[in-house]
Design a protein. Structure first.
Length: 246
């Protein structure tokens, strides 16, 4: 039977072995000579020592690496110190600000150009088309002016890549598949415009186009705006706008 190295109570071993134990604190320890030479204890101490040596080596290596990092950072700081003067920093900042200002000026110029382009396109694709439709329907130029705001709000420009197209909007302002020419039928059917619509536009729609022969005569008047192409109409609109601003 193996002898226990430590006991909580002496009664745990036969009475003949109790004399070989010494009390240490609240325990009883086996009093053995040459315990340090025991192979199991030697291995345990060796493993513990290896663990301690490895920890010390790791700590030393970590400390050495941290020291190297600190040295490199200090070296980099020394290299950069004084390399960029305050005047140079100010110069670079001004150069950056000037470049930003130049780019902003170019951007503003492009926005202005785009705005003018959109205005021209709208004159051709909306204003000119609206004027042409109004002129074809109205009995007089003054009547055409009455039609203009109503037709204008039903037209818009749609961009498909570089191509701009006139689109017809519904009453809610949403795009439809209608063609601008089809708008005339909508206005012909509105009683509010019956007295200012040419007989030729109202024919077949149920609208009277005015009373007696007067409506027919005015429907045949030679109004050159009805024959104008959109580009010419756009130029005419622009001229009217310029004259109105004087």
């Amino acid at each position: 039977m193996a002898v226990k190295a430590m006991l909580a109570k002496l009664e745990e071993v036969p009475e003949g072995l109790r004399a070989h134990y010494k009390q240490r604190g609240d325990k009883f320890v086996l009093d053995v000579e040459g315990l340090e030479e025991h192979p199991e204890l030697s291995n345990l101490r060796s493993a513990k020592q290896h663990e301690k040596d490895d920890r010390v080596a790791a700590e030393a290596k970590a400390k050495d690496l941290q020291k190297r990092i600190d040295e490199l950072e200090a070296e980099m700081g020394e290299r950069l110190k004084g390399k960029v003067s305050a005047d140079e920093v100010a110069r670079l900042e001004k150069l950056h600000a000037d470049k930003v200002k130049t780019l902003q000026t170019e951007i503003d110029g492009l926005k202005s150009t785009i705005g003018k382009r959109d205005e021209i396109i709208r004159d051709v694709k909306v204003e000119a088309v609206a004027l042409q439709l109004a002129t074809e329907m109205a009995v007089t130029p003054e009547a055409a002016e009455v039609f203009m705001p109503h037709i204008r709000k039903r037209l818009a420009v749609n961009y498909d890549g570089d191509k701009a197209e006139t689109v017809v909007l519904d009453e809610a302002g949403k795009p439809t598949d209608m063609k601008p020419e089809q708008l005339k039928a909508i206005f012909v059917e509105k009683p509010a415009f019956a007295n200012i619509i040419k007989a030729s536009s109202a024919s077949g729609s149920g609208a009277t186009g005015g009373s007696g022969s007067g409506g027919a005569d005015t429907g045949n008047r030679n109004d050159d705006t009805a024959a104008m192409n959109p580009a010419v109409l756009a130029a005419r609109i622009k001229a009217k706008k310029a004259q109105a601003r004087k």
